[in-house]
Design a protein around this ligand. Structure first.
Ligand code: ADP
Length: 547
């Protein structure tokens, strides 16, 4: 429940409780002091009364023993009582229970008179009360107001009355208690003063304490709100205080420190995550582009392939049909005409060339299938590169002449000794010459050169073979992709002719020889294909290993 109140209200509550407790303790103490003083007075009255009763007994016994008459004993007792004083001026009075005053040293005029109806300034019939109580209890204390001897103004007084049964007397004595009341007032005033002083001190101290606590709390709260609103974890807290607030501020500071570290770590993670996601997105994008390229290449390959297959097949079928009809006609003719015979021969040539073209295509497909399954075997033999190139060129003699293409050969006099598979390396050389012819304009020049480099630091000598043409060239971005299967350069992609397998097969063969093949642009016009092969090979016969 206390949690619902503010700190200031709680401090006020503590003040109130403390002051109330002080008030209760103070009042009780004053009350106790007054009671003890009153008890002191009562004891004195009782003691004095006991002495007087002993004296009365003395006279009564004298009367009973016959030494004195009862009246005489009573007279002597009253005379002695009249002269008794204690505490300076306190005295005893004696009356009968009727009540008639028998002896009153202070107001002798009362003697012989009925004093039962005497009242004090407040109208209190104190004699009646005294008689009633004494009759039932034997003695009684009664408080009332009565003037002191020689004074007219009444003062508070405590009287003690006791019944002396043998003579049926009411013996009374009293003491003024105005000094006790005065002491009570003095005590009360002193206590109120102390109470006021203490409450002032407590209020001031609790206000100071509250102020200090609240300002420290307010300070911390303001800074925490600033952290909450701005998210700025570098906010400073007043850690120099040595009390609990200093400790709290130090705790919050270290908490913010930990949060700062966690935030930095989180930011780093987020950044690296972003980089990772970016890298992965990039990879995915590349993979997607590659897949799209592969798909486009596949579509192109299918269209090329169907063209490549259909054209020679169509040629084979058409010329076979025409040849068949011609042959039937000639068989019925007794003397076949020479032009007819020549035409028949041309048809067979066409059938042969179309079949050869088909054969080449099938060979390429079989080669790539073999290479893909890693089952191509190389038969490595010492090879003369000069004669390999010369042999290949001979195969293209007719085409070169028809297209009026010149070949510039730069071959070293001393042949480089190579270990290579004659057929496969010849296949590579033929493919490169064929491409150079295919993509060169008429009457241009194709250059073929090679040289052997001296052994490098690892002891490996290389031969570098270059096929350069002045043809359409290959865009820089496609220099590598033309070696992919079924891929053709954007410069030469016509939709007719070429399967895009020749360079892929060539690269497989060269790599199987531990060499490399690549393309580059030839300024100002054309392209160059470069083959690098190690001069010495590790073993005489080996099988290509593909993953
Ligand atoms: P094909 O010639 O049967 O299409 P290749 O694998 O031999 O297959 O060549 C792939 C592609 O590389 C060719 O289609 C062509 O676009 C390009 N290319 C090859 N050689 C040359 C060259 N000398 N000049 C220009 N482009 C070439």
């Amino acid at each position: 429940m206390l949690r619902q109140f503010s700190l200031r209200a709680k401090l006020r509550l503590i003040n109130l409780v403390a002051l109330t407790a002080l008030l209760v303790i103070g009042i009780s103490a004053i009350e106790a002091r007054r009671s003890s003083m009153m008890e002191d007075v009562r004891r004195q009255l009782r003691d004095q009364m006991s002495i007087v009763f002993s004296m009365l007994d003395h006279y009564r016994l004298q009367a009973e023993s016959g030494a004195l008459s009862t009246a005489e004993a009573q007279q002597r007792a009253l005379a002695q009582l009249r002269s008794i004083r204690y505490q300076d001026k306190e005295f005893f009075s004696v009356g009968s229970m009727e009540p008639v005053m028998l002896m009153h040293p202070a107001v002798p005029a009362l003697e012989g008179k009925n004093f039962g109806e005497l009242r004090d300034k407040n109208g209190k019939a104190f004699i009646r009360e005294m008689l009633d109580k004494t009759r039932s209890h034997g003695s009684a204390y009664v408080e009332y107001w009565w003037p002191k001897a020689g004074e007219t103004a009444p003062s508070p007084k405590l009287s003690f009355a006791r019944h002396y049964a043998p003579w049926d007397w009411l013996v009374n004595t009293g003491m003024y208690i105005d000094n006790i009341n005065r002491q009570f007032y003095r005590d009360s005033i002193w206590f109120v003063g102390v109470l006021l002083l203490v409450s002032l001190l407590v209020t001031v101290l609790s206000n100071l304490l509250g102020q200090s606590v609240l300002s420290a709390l307010q300070d911390i709260l303001t800074r925490m709100r600033a952290v909450e609103e701005t998210g700025d974890l570098s906010q400073r807290f007043p850690t120099e205080r040595r009390d609990e607030f200093g400790e709290l501020a130090r705790g919050v500071s270290s908490l913010l420190g930990s949060l700062r570290e966690a935030q930095t770590e989180l930011r780093q993670h987020r950044d690296s995550l972003e980089e990772m996601v970016q890298a992965q997105t990039q990879d995915l994008r590349q993979a997607k582009e590659e897949a799209e390229r592969a798909n486009a290449a596949k579509s192109l390959f299918l269209s090329n392939m169907s063209h490549e297959l259909r054209t020679p097949m169509h040629g084979v079928l058409s010329f076979a049909k025409i040849g068949e009809e011609k042959a039937q006609l000639l068989s019925t003719s007794a003397t076949p005409a020479r032009p007819d015979m020549e035409r028949l021969s041309t048809y067979f040539q066409r059938i042969h060339s179309s079949g050869a073209r088909l054969m080449n295509l099938l060979n390429d497909l079989l080669d790539i299938a073999k290479l893909e399954s890693g089952r191509m075997e190389l038969n490595l033999q010492p090879l003369s590169l000069n004669s390999c190139i010369q042999q290949a060129l001979q195969e293209f003699e007719v085409q070169l002449q028809t297209r009026q293409l010149s070949i510039a050969l730069q071959l070293p006099e001393a042949d480089c000794s190579l270990l290579a598979d004659h057929f496969r390396l010849g296949q590579v050389v033929r493919n490169l010459i064929s491409n150079a012819i295919k993509f060169s304009p008429d009457k241009s020049e194709i250059s073929i050169r090679y040289h052997c480099s001296p052994p490098d630091a690892a002891g490996t000598a290389n031969v570098e073979l270059v096929f350069a043409d002045q043809g359409v060239g290959i865009p820089a971005a496609e220099l590598e992709s033309v070696f992919d299967k079924f891929v053709q350069s954007s410069q030469t992609r016509t939709g007719a002719g070429g399967t895009g397998l020749g360079l892929a097969i060539s690269r497989e063969i060269v790599q199987a020889h531990h060499g490399e093949i690549f393309a580059r642009q030839r300024p100002p016009q054309g392209s160059e294909f470069v083959i690098r092969l190690p001069v010495s090979m590790p073993s005489a016969t080996q099988t290509t290993q593909r993953n």
